[in-house]
Design a binder for this molecule. Sequence first.
Ligand SMILES: [Zn+2]
Length: 232
Amino acid sequence: MKKILNLGTFYMNAYLVEIKEGWLLVDTGYPFDYKHFLRKARRMKIDLASIRYVVLTHVHADHAGFLKKILSDTGAKLICLPAEKERLASGVNVKEVYISKGSMLLINRLSASLPAFQNFDPLEIGGTLDPETQPLAEEGITFFVLHGHTDNDLCFRLEDKIFVGDVCMNGAGATGYSPLWIEDNVALVESWKELVASDADMLYPAHGKPFPKSNLVKYIEKQGRRKIRKLY
Ligand SMILES: [Zn+2]
């Protein structure tokens, strides 16, 4: 079993997955989380140069926040969907989204107006690895794309686990594993069905603790009926 560490904060995971001669980092955090990440890496005696790859599950500021910095400080290769080129170069979250929980609408409207929570260093995608060419097949890692939280949600399978980004959330105010931000709820429900149909056992979300895939089953129908509201 590959070792998995977490250099994230209480609201956002930054998983390190053991690979040959180093680590794969899964997402980053907000831009202001970088200091925390570096402190944690020092404490856990992780040499930054041993981070060989960074996978970006989707383009949101809490995932791509310090992506540009960590890539230049580690020399790691970025694994990111070419289709996300424009979003990554824009340096800001797409705001045409729905909020999945009524009580979180106001706080999300507020945070959506704060650049600290919405912006990240824009990045050109040239020189990155296309996950659909399966660049880490030798490590037993298989990438695939789901949809609904954003237009393209990059996930990957390792052993009995699937790293799902924000396709499911298990913290940060979410209920019933629903991501707080949804771009297409019909697509999201289809993505959940795909996860449940897989033979993986555990789902590793970017927010909150990993949980058994079987937990998701009873929420699929509820998610389809969930009242979602436009952010604006
Ligand atoms: Zn997200």
